[in-house]
Ligand binder design. Structure first.
Ligand code: DGL
Length: 282
């Protein structure tokens, strides 16, 4: 599994000794997709205190306009960084990153790692030259994706599909509910039915929710297709940017969900498996 990440600007140069050891890494997504990134962050930095923030009141981002996504992400991250003073923010969401990363970096002083579709590693992996890209509807239309395609896959064929049904499927799976087979079949068919689709051998999971349903997609697309996403690369980038920093967890790691009402128990159980022992509304 390889990846592309967008790193902090080189100007963010706080010395490692100045970082409070209990300062968390803040991971942000619209829902539970960012847990696929958290899993790799845990592997790379097991002692790092973490706050996982899900903008569940704004889910799904994929069907929103660019202005709506940018406003939510900038507003929430502004309030969260002020309240929790993280040492680093990871926007563990392709939709939010491809739309709002530049804007958020302009207003926040904390190092920020974003997530971009892993087109570069996919272009290196494909043998047939046909790559599928599954993202949200908002991600697949971003100019950022056009630029990645031009830069890294100009000599390949990139088949894009915005698959909101997969976001729902991933959220359901995490709650322990069955995955809708029609959502999986629809996404697989939407790629395969495009010109050149029968030759597709590599699929970019360009939404952090989608690795949660990778097994189902693999079954639908067959053994000749390999998947690539950004989680491991993001974790490596976070480890690099926090090199030399001390970690001391003083309070249990927690998950923040925007919106009102009780967070369902099914979520709590799963979040605990990711080491998020407390769940709060934000
Ligand atoms: N997990 C998000 C991403 O990586 C998007 C899910 C959504 O809110 O539509 O793009």
């Amino acid at each position: 599994m390889a990846s592309d990440t967008m790193s902090a600007p080189s100007g963010a140069t706080t010395s490692a000794a100045d970082i409070d050891p209990s300062a968390p890494i803040l991971l942000f997504d619209s829902g539970v997709g960012g847990l696929t990134v958290l899993e790799e962050v845990r592997r790379a930095l097991p002692d790092a205190p973490v706050i996982y923030a899900a903008d569940t009141a704004g889910l799904p981002y994929g069907s929103k306009t660019e202005a709506q996504v940018a406003a939510r992400v900038a507003g929430l991250l502004g309030r969260m960084t002020e309240r929790f003073r993280p040492r680093l923010v990871c926007i563990a969401c392709n939709t939010a990153s491809t739309i709002a990363l530049g804007m958020v970096r302009e207003v926040l002083e904390v190092p920020i790692v974003g997530t971009v579709p892993a087109i570069k590693p996919a272009a290196a992996m494909t043998r047939t030259g046909v790559i599928g890209l599954l993202g949200t509807e908002a991600t697949v239309r971003q100019v950022y994706v056009d630029r990645l395609e031009q830069e890294f896959a100009a000599d390949k064929r990139l088949l894009r599909h915005g698959a909101p049904g997969l976001v729902e499927a991933a959220e359901a799976k995490l709650r322990g509910e069955p995955v809708d087979p029609a959502a999986i079949r629809h996404a697989a068919d939407a790629l395969r039915s495009q010109p050149g689709g029968e030759l597709m051998d590599t699929v970019v999971l360009a939404c952090t929710h989608f690795p949660l349903v990778e097994a189902e997609l693999a079954e639908a697309l067959g053994p000749q297709v390999r998947f690539v996403h950004g989680a491991q690369g993001i974790a490596r980038q976070i480890a690099r940017l926090t090199t030399g920093q001390e970690y001391a967890r003083k309070v249990p790691d927690r998950a923040l969900f925007t919106g009102a009402g009780d967070v369902p128990d099914a979520y709590r159980t799963k979040l605990a498996q990711y080491g998020l022992l407390e769940v709060e509304r934000f």
